[in-house]
Design a protein around this ligand. Structure first.
Ligand code: AMP
Length: 279
């Protein structure tokens, strides 16, 4: 695997390489990230992974400072998975004009709800870095994880607005055996916290299993109560149209729906989602 820090060196490797698959990450890699690498490897001639902890998408400075860094293990996992190129840029490479006055992207509605509402500026930072990375890597296929459901919609909109010639592939969430969605932030949970955190998916599954028998507001309240009893502090638990995240006050069988949650355990903010009906 080639490991490069500079865009110009990356472009020397990627030019004339045919079909390129790209997996952008912030490192602290786990099986969820690796599942994206494997999908790219199977569909592309060259797979590029980037690791860049993007400062402009952190609305909480402590979250940025404490973001886990495990580069040696990341390189080991990527080599084992058959990744061809690891792009490891410095902040100055991605933001030559600095990080303070980045371009504002027209995110619109998606910036006013759920993650957008609770993390001001987050999606603008995501758009800034994904746009820059796509211009640098110039891939044919971009692999994203459905765990970050709203982020997938924001990036699909970015690709459309900026007319970026890339196909977006959305990949299913990889989970621990107890159901907890794999996340780099899980590393900051205690062992008992990791076990307790499985309640997030368990409660989402309960809503999914009962959507035809009970109203969303009742199922939502039951889930919120169960999570509160297990000492979670939930930021949101909402039902929306899976195609555009327009809010739904109750289940609507004519639509593909999604339930999305952000909740804190041991001070760590965790997100997850589940589609209804099952897909
Ligand atoms: P991150 O490093 O958290 O920014 O994630 C990089 C990419 O991996 C994003 O497209 C995420 O949605 C995706 N990803 C993160 N966790 C998972 C998971 N558990 N399963 C599948 N994809 C994931």
């Amino acid at each position: 695997m080639f490991i490069v820090k500079r865009a110009a060196d990356l472009q020397k490797i990627t030019e004339n390489q045919g079909h390129i698959g790209f997996v952008p990450t912030m490192g602290a890699l786990h099986r969820g990230h690796i599942s994206l690498i494997e999908k790219s490897r199977d569909a592309s001639q060259l797979t590029v992974c980037s690791i860049f902890v993007n400062p402009t998408q952190f609305n909480d400075p402590q979250d940025f400072i404490k973001y886990p860094k495990t580069l040696e293990n990341d390189i080991y996992l990527l080599e084992k998975a058959g990744c061809d190129v690891l792009f490891l840029p410095e902040v100055s490479e991605m933001y030559p004009e600095g990080i303070l006055n980045i371009r504002q992207y027209p995110i619109g509605y998606l910036d006013t709800i759920l993650e957008g509402l609770h993390r001001p500026g987050h999606f603008n930072g995501v758009c800034a870095i994904v746009h820059k990375l796509l211009q640098t890597v110039n891939p044919n296929l971009l692999y994203l994880g459905e765990k970050d459901f709203q982020q997938c919609l924001v990036i699909q909109q970015l690709v459309q607005n900026e007319s970026i010639p890339v196909e977006v592939q959305i990949c299913p969430t990889t989970r621990l055996p107890n159901g907890l969605a794999m996340s780099s932030r899980n590393q900051r949970l205690s062992e008992s916290g990791k076990e307790l955190a499985s309640a997030i998916y368990r409660n989402l599954k309960k809503i999914q299993a009962n959507w035809q028998n009970e109203s969303f507001s009742i199922l939502r309240q039951q889930a919120l109560n169960a999570l509160q009893e297990a000492s979670f502090e939930t930021e949101y638990l909402e039902l929306a149209d899976a195609n555009n995240l327009h809010p739904l006050s109750d289940f609507d069988a004519s639509k593909l729906m999604v339930v999305l949650i952000a909740t804190r355990l041991e001070g760590i903010r965790l997100i997850d989602n589940i589609k209804i009906p099952l897909s």
